[in-house]
Design a protein around this ligand. Sequence first.
Ligand SMILES: Cc1ncc(COP(=O)(O)O)c(C=O)c1O
Length: 425
Amino acid sequence: MSTAVRLPANTVETLQPEIARFDVERIRADFPILEEKIRGRELVYLDNAATSQKPKPVIDAIVRYYERDNANIHRGVHYLSERATEEYEMARKVVQSFLGAAHSNEIIFLRSTTEAINLVAQTYGRKHVGPGDEVLITAMEHHSNIVPWQLLCEEKQAKLRVAPINDDGELILDEFERLLGPRTRIVAVGHVSNALGTLNPVAIIAKMAHARNIPVLVDGAQAVPRLSVNVQAIDCDFYAFSGHKAYGPTGIGVLYGKASLLESMPPYQGGGDMISSVTFEKTIYNKVPHKFEAGTPDMSGAVGLRAAIEYLNQIGMDNIAAHEHELLAYATETVSDLPGVRVVGTAREKAGVLSFAMEGIHPHDIGTILDQEGIAIRTGHHCAQPVMERFGVDATARASFGLYNTKAEIDALVRGIQKVREVFD
Ligand SMILES: Cc1ncc(COP(=O)(O)O)c(C=O)c1O
């Protein structure tokens, strides 16, 4: 069985001039891990949706930070503390400009997308969601954008409503709009689905929700590494992403929030740096963003994230999006032509992710055989079990692309899948 993905006609052709400037071999040379031999073979890394590999400028920035700049920030008057503070706050400005945010105080450094969504659920959510109220998500969310809302709804006796998706894995917008009711207190939606690759029309979603004065959180974990994102153009209220999926280090993530909302929200965790004064009787909180950054933050992570963003900016997010679009179109065509392969997630608008199933073969077996060939893909439910249920599978095999992947690597994937078939025939 094969399924064709409907990618917009001529998109690749119209983007050709940009791709021509995109020198993938030069980019690959920036990623030391791509030289690793895996089981004696060239590494073909197609697990970018789980985490991306890191370019040398990011690795170097972290090493340089620890060798030359390290001190605790914000609290010291000594030279190194001031320098580390400057580095950390400069990283915030770089993220602000990368996301197109209006102010740097709208950028909160956290551990990850997961922590960012939990923060909004536990602060904005706990303040505004009460018994009988509703939180609206979609049927294609990652567990990180489901469970924090379930916890909130359970605590507040509120209802989690789920907007359905069609057989291609696209959000059914009419149904979504119908679910925006008088009790909806917040909408939380993924920008790009990690399990299906679907690119959601988040600006339209925000418009629909704002027409009813409902704020919108966008989970940008899979979008930020792949697309040019502008939070003001989307007009979302919150936007979350993780550094490690965007060629930056692990341990650092970002929550963007509109300043007026962040200012009105109670703090998330208590501790150092999030206060302006403490007595046993009363604590006065620091201003945003510091109010939400309790304790010593991940300074080297922020420095590494800045280096990652500067690296991405140098290449150009539009060029990266075009390159990945071309890879996805090629992979979709070649993989779905293989006998017995079904692509799961055939939305018209997709980014960087190709999930598939093979008749009679468990995805874990696919992953294990591909691993023998040095090809890293992910198999399982991808932390999106409701999506698996929607498509009637326990798991899928998922190839996800990054800026350093090539068509030759997709050819290797196709040969690997053919080998899987031979083993099982
Ligand atoms: C769409 C999406 N949201 C959220 C997450 C959670 O990211 P993290 O584990 O970095 O918090 C992921 C990770 O795979 C994801 O793909």
